[in-house]
Structures are given as structure tokens and as C-alpha cells.
Design a protein. Structure first.
Ligand code: ARG
Length: 579
């Protein structure tokens, strides 16, 4: 289905051409809604190309556009703007077509692309902390938005399960429990493996990491443990599998609570088998060379404003590192999935790392030229003090604790209001998740934002709670109505504003996908909700006496509900039927 902007763009382009000014023409939603609904500013470019005043060009074009029945008003305005107002019939007719469309008018991809989205990226053995929240929430939303728009998107969690953090845990445990069989060099299959717990792991890692900063011997030990693990020393592999069992189980639970899911639970360790092939390609193409005992590839480009150092693919002790696994993973993805694009939803601070990886992958030809490798960076989540979010006692907040805090706050509110008696826990979870996710996604992903739970839980303003509240309000309006209504005719300004918010929605989705930024979907669903609230306060709906007006308002309420729910679905937020 063509969007209104596309339709207006095409008829306006035709008019420019017929008037003797053929050129690229674009129409946009007006930034002065008090003056008009849509506008075209191309007469200014036309003036340069055709040596005429912008106003004259605009007037010539408007003369032709006025013949079109879709305009209630179309004017050339000094110094050369073209202002457009559509008829109510056209607007309402378009809304009706959206209601009948299987995608509710959301633009569908002309060419379906296969997109692998690398998000989540938690590190095994380290507790899932708040820093990983953004990647999960943004990545999940981007996956769902792409799917709603006709692409084939799959998520790969890319677990950090093969690096130094595991070596640190192994080294620490080997000092605490030297008697464990897994540490003996002659460990063999069938020998006893200790049973670990999440509690233990969440204490061991920070301790080990802290020690490695001051204790050089220990740090060395951890490095050797990492290398031995990567060389598949049997006892270490057995212990690693136990660490994975505990960690992955815990991760799955947390992501499930957040309504975040992954098609692939691959980790850095899965890239291991493709490392020899990677090394061979780099060597054959003459890209890798030795530098201080390490193997590196140059990736600097002449146009670099800041230096881009060579990427290290093998350290001097023989172990592979972060870049190695990222490169080998590209080989695996290309072989198994042959994606059109790979999106990396990763902290802004890793931009240099991924720039190096992408450049090396291109030089080595790991993916076809046409395959997009895109770094979709996100900003830091700060506390209300403006510094990276911490717990009250200054520690790093664990995701599970954070979800618990938010859900408890929601439950408390539900209990105090007393109107949800059936399954309040599920309501509380949905409300809590809506608060967390919307609070994050409303900010453009690239920006830092402040995590402010009180604000996120507010039922006013740009919050998930407000959106859920709007859906539940529409539900109660429609539950009382005896018919679904019909698009009979616009009679009030609030109806028209609501229709405009609905029919302008498709462009916002396009913008969101183009920029890979869910924030536009959030802004749009907030806009629809707030315009609906105004409509609801100023117009009777189910109890309106005039049949035509009642029908239109019911049909608009129904379309609004479906539209809001579609936005929520794409954001990974589950609505509730009442609040
Ligand atoms: N595990 C990494 C970290 O915690 C994030 C992984 C991002 N994805 C990637 N392909 N490098 O920093």
C-alpha cells in the first residue's frame, strides 16, 4: 500500500513536470500543522534550476494540483511553499484502507532481506548486568520491526564464552579447589565434575577479575588457563561446560522475563572451528604478518581522522581474542545463513573494534561486497546522577535484580489500586517490562539516557505505562459498544487529528527501519495515544447519539487500538487488556 507521502509526492512531481519544471519532488508532513497538513518545498530548488522566483513556480504547480479532488485546499505561500490540506473523505478513506490492509498500511519491503542481528552479547560466568540491557531491548525491537516490514530477521546472542573471563574463573577455582579432578592434567571423560551455582559464579568472577588487576602471577595464570581451554584441555572443557550450563540457564530465564528471544544461542566458542580457515585466508591473501610475536592485519585507511590500529588476530601466547572470534563468526554466518546484512547492536564504545573487524573482513573477502556489515551502536544507561547506572551501594546492578525491582513496583501499584485480581503477577511483569523497554527505546539508540524508574512507571507522559493505559481505555470503550462502527464521515477536529496521526504512521516506520532506530516507533505510538486521549475527552464515543458520528468514532477507536498494539508488538512489549 502506497503511503500518503508517496502518493502526494507522485502527484506533485507530475504537476511540477506538467508545469514545465521536471525535477525530484518530495512532500512531507507539515511542520506547521496550524497552517496545513502536508507541504512541499521544492519550488526553491526549482528556482535555481529554472531561473524563476520560487513563488511563481509554486503558483504554477498549485494551479494544476487544484484540479485534484483530494485537496480541500492547496496554496502557494510566500516565499514559495506549497501548503496542502486533504479532504476529510480522502483522509478517512485512507484510514479505512489501512484498517482493511493485512499490514495495517505498514510499508512492506520490496526485496525481502535476510538480516542476522547480533545482540544481547552477555558474557558467560559474569552476571548479566544492566549494561547488557540495552543491547537486548534494542536488538529485539529491531528484529521485530524488520519482520513487521517484511524482512527475514534472526537473532544471534553471540555469547562471550571463550575469552579471558573464563580463564579467570578457572584460575580462581583452581586455587580454591586444587583437589578437583578437572584440574588434574590426566582428567578423562567420566571423571567427576563439580556442580556449580549461579551464586558461586557471580562471586568468583568479580573476585578473580579484581585479583588480576593487582596480582601479576594470577593474571598470568588466567591467561594460560584461557589458552589451555582454547586448546581443549579435557578438564577445562568439562569445567567450562558446567559453567555454561549454569550461566546459560540463568541467562535464558532472565531473557524470558524480558520477552527477549534468540534464534541462535551461538557463542564465541562456536567460532573456534572456523579460526583455522580464517588464519589460512588471511595468510594466503598476504594480509596477516607478525608483529611483536602477535599476528596482525593492517586496517588503517587514508581517510581515517583518528588512527585505526592493526587488528590483532592471534596473541603472542597463541590464544585468539575478541577480534578473532568476531571474524571467524562472520565466516560461520556467511556459510550457514548467507545474510544480506549483519547488524551489530553493540555499545558505542566498541565502535573501533567493529570497524577493525569489518575492514579486515572486507579485505579478506569473508562476505560478498553487497553484504552489509553494520555497527548499530548504543549509548550508556546512566543513573539519575548522570553517571553510569549503579546500585545504591555503588555496585553494578544485576539485570535480574532490576527486573525484580520494577516488577515489584508494578505489583505494589496493582495491589493498591485493587482492580486486577486475576493473575496480578503476570500483569505486574508486563507493566514492568513495558516501563523498562519503553523507557529505553524512546531514546534514540545512539544517545545516552537516564534510567529513572519513577519516571518510567508514571502513567503520564512518554512512558510504556501510559501506552498500556491507553489500550486498556480503548478496550473498555469497545467492550461496551454494540457495534464495531464504520468509517462514515469526519465531524470533529479531534477525529481529524486522530486520523492524521494514524495515516502518517507508515512513514514513521520507514524512518525507524532506515535509521535502525526504534525510537521513532515509540514517538509515534505516543503521538497516537495522546491524540486519542484528547479525542476521547472531547468526543462521546459509544454513547454518541448521532449514528454516523458514533460509527466513525468506534471504527477509529478500533483502528487506534490495533495500531497501538502493532507498535507495542514491534517494540517487544506485551499489552494488557485492562489496567
Ligand atoms: N560480549 C561482548 C561484551 O560484553 C559483546 C558482544 C558484542 N557482539 C559482537 N559480535 N562483538 O562486551
Amino acid at each position: 500500500m502506497q503511503t500518503i507521502i508517496e502518493y502526494l509526492g507522485s502527484i506533485t512531481g507530475e504537476a511540477f513536470e506538467r508545469a514545465g519544471y521536471p525535477m525530484e519532488v518530495a512532500v512531507s508532513v507539515s511542520d506547521r500543522p496550524d497552517l496545513c497538513q502536508y507541504q512541499c518545498n521544492n519550488a526553491f530548488q526549482g528556482a535555481k534550476a529554472y531561473h524563476k522566483s520560487p513563488l511563481m513556480i509554486a503558483e504554477d504547480v498549485v494551479k494544476l494540483l487544484s484540479e485534484k479532488a483530494v485537496f480541500a485546499d492547496v496554496q502557494a505561500v510566500k516565499p514559495g511553499f506549497i501548503n496542502m490540506v486533504l479532504t476529510d473523505e480522502f483522509l478517512l478513506g485512507y484510514a479505512q484502507k489501512m484498517a482493511e490492509d493485512e499490514h495495517l498500511g505498514i510499508p512492506q519491503a520490496e526485496k525481502k532481506e535476510k538480516i542476522v542481528i547480533d545482540y544481547g552479547g552477555p558474557n558467560v560466568a559474569k552476571p548479566l548486568h544492566i549494561g547488557h540491557l540495552r543491547s537486548a531491548v534494542i536488538g529485539q525491537a529491531l528484529k521485530l520491526i524488520s519482520r513487521e516490514m517484511g524482512h527475514e530477521a534472526v537473532g544471534d546472542i553471540h555469547l562471550g564464552d571463550w575469552g579471558l573471563q573464563i580463564g579467570l574463573v578457572i584460575a580462581e577455582l583452581s586455587e580454591r579447589h586444587p583437589e578437583w579432578k578437572v584440574f588434574s592434567p590426566d582428567f578423562k571423560e567420566g571423571d567427576e565434575v563439580p556442580v556449580l551455582t549461579t551464586e558461586l559464579l557471580s562471586e568468583v568472577y568479580p573476585t578473580a577479575s579484581g585479583r588480576s588487576k593487582t596480582d601479576e602471577a594470577f593474571r598470568e595464570k588466567a591467561h594460560f588457563a584461557t589458552r589451555d581451554l582454547q586448546e581443549r584441555r579435557p578438564g577445562y572443557i568439562a569445567l567450562w561446560q558446567e559453567i555454561m550450563r549454569v550461566s546459560v540457564g540463568d541467562l535464558k530465564q532472565n531473557y524470558e522475563k524480558l520477552s527477549v528471544d534468540f534464534e541462535y544461542w551461538y557463542g564465541e566458542s562456536d567460532a573456534d572451528k572456523d579460526i583455522p580457515a580464517l588464519m589460512e585466508i588471511l595468510e594466503k591473501k598476504g594480509l596477516s604478518y607478525e608483529s611483536d610475536g602477535a599476528l596482525v592485519v593492517d586496517v588503517a585507511e587514508e581517510s581515517d581522522k583518528a588512527p585505526v590500529p592493526p587488528v590483532i588476530v592471534r596473541k603472542s601466547d597463541g590464544s585468539s581474542i575478541y577480534a578473532t572470534t568476531d571474524l571467524a563468526t562472520i565466516i560461520q554466518r556467511e556459510r550457514d545463513l548467507a545474510p544480506d546484512r549483519i547488524w551489530y547492536v553493540v555499545d558505542n564504545r566498541q565502535e573501533l573494534h567493529l570497524t577493525q573487524v569489518f575492514r579486515c573482513a572486507r579485505k579478506a573477502g569473508l562476505v560478498p561486497e553487497s553484504t552489509g556489515l553494520e555497527f548499530l551502536g548504543f549509548g550508556t544507561m546512566n543513573g539519575t546522577d548522570g553517571k553510569p547506572y549503579k546500585t545504591r551501594d555503588g555496585g553494578v546492578m544485576r539485570l535480574s535484580d532490576m527486573i525484580g525491582t520494577v516488577t515489584d513496583a508494578a505489583l505494589e501499584r496493582i495491589v493498591s489500586q485493587g482492580n486486577i485480581t486475576e493473575n496480578p503477577e503476570d500483569y505486574a511483569r508486563r507493566i514492568g517490562i513495558a516501563a523498562i523497554k519503553f523507557g529505553d527505546l524512546i531514546n534514540h539508540r545512539s544517545k545516552d539516557y537516564i534510567f529513572d524508574l519513577d519516571k518510567f512507571m508514571s502513567s503520564e507522559g512518554k512512558t510504556g505505562v501510559y501506552i498500556l493505559y491507553t489500550v486498556s481505555r480503548i478496550n473498555s470503550v469497545l467492550a461496551k459498544a454494540e457495534s464495531r462502527g464504520s468509517f462514515a464521515g469526519i465531524t470533529t477536529g479531534e477525529e481529524r487529528d486522530l486520523v492524521l496521526a494514524l495515516v502518517n504512521t507508515p512513514e514513521m516506520w520507514r524512518l525507524s527501519l532506515n535509521e535502525r532506530a526504534p525510537s521513532y516507533i515509540c514517538e509515534n505510538v505516543y503521538r497516537i495515544s495522546s491524540v486519542f486521549s484528547h479525542f476521547y475527552h472531547e468526543n462521546r464515543i459509544g454513547d454518541e447519539a448521532d449514528e454516523k458520528a458514533r460509527n466513525t468514532r468506534l471504527a477509529l477507536s478500533e483502528l487506534t487500538r490495533r495500531m497501538i498494539v502493532k507498535h507495542l508488538n514491534a517494540l517487544g512489549i506485551e499489552p494488557v487488556d485492562r489496567m
